[in-house]
Design a protein around this ligand. Structure first.
Ligand code: NAD
Length: 497
């Protein structure tokens, strides 16, 4: 399906994907899985990329044993932060030197437009550097001023930590997970999503070349119900981090609860954008169209409910429709593509299903989306952007669709805008759009969500806590100094004087 403008795969990418079987990564080398193999497909054309080792519970438990053994008996967990930092900076440099290889693997596997995949890889590198540098300055020993006692607390890494990640940001989210855990001196076991295992598995090899000791980073490719469930239920883990759907998050949290393993859950969203009548309409429309089409709308914190002040509703929506109609849907490695495919046929059917259910239960199409074909892209999983409007209790306004679909509603007053934004089971991220910064602050602070953004959406930066409430998550969130401290346990030491 090569076209004149298609970006060619690098020799390293060709070599990695065309080795007969890509193994799981346990104790510093690639392993076959005892649950057989599975195939990862290119969402842009539906064709096979590679065959991947599927780990059974036995393999997963072995990976956790290796991570525990490495934690207990290697230098890794005992190193001072400066020495571990040298190794982690080498890891960041090694990934940076292969940035284009990681980005092409991610684009192929997840259907990401290449420039967006490159952004994700850069984010991984920045995450490792951020937490590594943070660890150099962290206060791990604190004296307590308590009369009659010599007392202090001291922090140690926990031990082996588990990470289960989804397919929408496969490599970026591995970084968000393991960055703070490794910087604190823990060892890790990662379960990538079965749709997108390539970059995580390539990381194993790159980490070894960078000098990360064997057994510190283990990667157990496989199915969610087997490999994922085995990891979530392993009692030797000291912490678990799950990113994915609320349905699976509940199962993972239950399994961890039975073993009293502390768990973080970063889950889905149904974010709102509250747009007042004093905005620059073309500028705001441009940014929200970019947000809903970025990675084909498969973004947990996206603005999927656009609540527009009734004074500008018609003008704003007309502007958005014009811009959405101009979005170039195409193969993820074609130059000029703005929106690539969704990750698989199941996800495409989910989007089509919500458009169908939504319109059958009272919503109208403002812009009709649905499945589409891209010339020369075989069985690729493509959809067009869609806008729906109607009552806000519609199923398409309440449930997470995870595609380039926004649901439109109107409001009149500030309090009504806030109330409508907060009328959801989720609580990940909302945005407010207005020229009045005092109002922006009031509204952003009133959101019942982990993140409130002003005149922007999908704003993520290292150092700013990112977390969800209600069905969007629990357990502390990611990306901030607090996340680093989550990966250290504290012991109080006391001597009566
Ligand atoms: P998913 O819940 O289906 O799968 C996530 C991971 O869990 C995969 O690795 C999967 O193999 C594994 N898994 C599946 N069944 C399991 C089981 N029984 N036990 C243990 N693990 C199991 O989610 P998805 O479809 O891959 O990802 C999309 C979801 O992720 C959306 O809801 C999205 O909003 C959410 N998400 C949230 C964030 C955030 O930071 N809050 C970020 C990205 C994605």
């Amino acid at each position: 399906m090569a076209t004149a403008e298609q970006i060619q795969l690098l020799p390293e990418v060709e070599a990695f994907i065309s080795q007969g079987l890509i193994g799981a990564w346990i104790d510093g080398r690639a392993r076959e899985g005892s649950d057989g193999t599975f195939t990862t497909l290119n969402p842009g054309n539906g064709q096979k990329i590679s065959e991947i080792a599927a780990c059974s519970p036995v393999d997963v438990n072995r990976a956790v044993d290796v991570a525990l053994e490495t934690f207990n008996h290697s230098e890794w967990s005992k190193m001072p932060a400066n020495e571990r930092g040298v190794l982690l900076h080498r890891l960041a440099e090694a990934v940076e030197s292969k940035k284009h290889v990681f980005a092409q693997l991610e684009a192929l596997d997840a259907g990401k437009v290449l420039s967006q995949a490159e952004g994700d890889v850069q984010n991984f590198i920045d995450t490792i550097r951020y937490f590594t540098d943070l660890a150099q300055h962290a206060q791990l020993r604190n004296v307590l001023a308590v009369r009659g006692h010599d007392a202090w607390t001291v922090r140690h890494p926990w031990g082996p930590c588990g990470f289960i990640v989804p397919w929408n940001f496969p490599f970026l989210l591995v970084g968000w997970g393991i960055g703070p855990a490794l910087a604190a001196g823990n060892t890790v076991v990662i379960k990538p999503a079965e749709d997108t295992p390539l970059t995580a598995l390539y990381l194993g090899q790159v980490a070894k070349e960078a000098g990360i000791p064997d057994g510190v980073i283990n990667i157990v490719s496989g199915y969610g119900e087997t490999a994922g469930a085995a990891l979530a239920g392993n009692p030797k883990l000291k912490r678990m981090s799950f990113t994915g759907s609320p349905e699976v998050g509940r199962m993972v949290a239950e399994a961890c609860g039975r073993n009293l393993v502390p768990v973080k859950c970063e889950l889905g969203g149904k974010g709102a954008a509250v747009i007042f009548d004093d905005v620059n309409i073309p500028e705001t429309a441009k940014k929200l169209v970019e947000a809903i089409t970025f990675h084909t709308g498969q973004v947990c914190c996206d603005a999927t409910r656009w609540l527009v002040h009734e004074n500008i509703y018609d003008e704003f929506i007309d502007e958005c429709v014009v811009r959405l109609n101009r979005i170039k849907v195409g193969y993820q490695l074609d130059r000029g593509t703005q929106m690539g495919p969704v990750v698989n046929e199941k996800q495409r059917q989910r989007i089509i299903g919500y458009l169908d259910k939504g319109t059958k239960s009272g919503a109208d199409f403002v812009l009709e989306g649905g499945a589409c074909e891209v010339e020369g892209s075989g069985e690729g999983y493509y959809v067009k952007p869609a806008l729906l409007a109607g009552p806000l209790d519609n199923v398409a306004a309440r449930e997470e669709i995870f595609g380039p679909v926004a649901y439109l509603g109107k409001f009149q007053s500030e309090s009504e805008g806030i109330e409508r934004a907060n009328d959801t089971d989720y609580g990940l991220a909302n945005s407010v759009w207005t020229a009045d910064l005092a109002r922006a602050q009031r509204v952003a602070e009133a959101f019942n969500a982990g993140n409130g953004w002003i005149n922007a959406h999908n704003v993520i930066a290292h150092g700013i806590p990112y977390a969800g409430v209600n069905n969007s998550g629990m357990g502390g969130g990611v990306l901030s100094p607090e996340t680093y401290f989550d990966y250290l346990r504290s012991i109080s030491v006391v001597r009566p004087l």
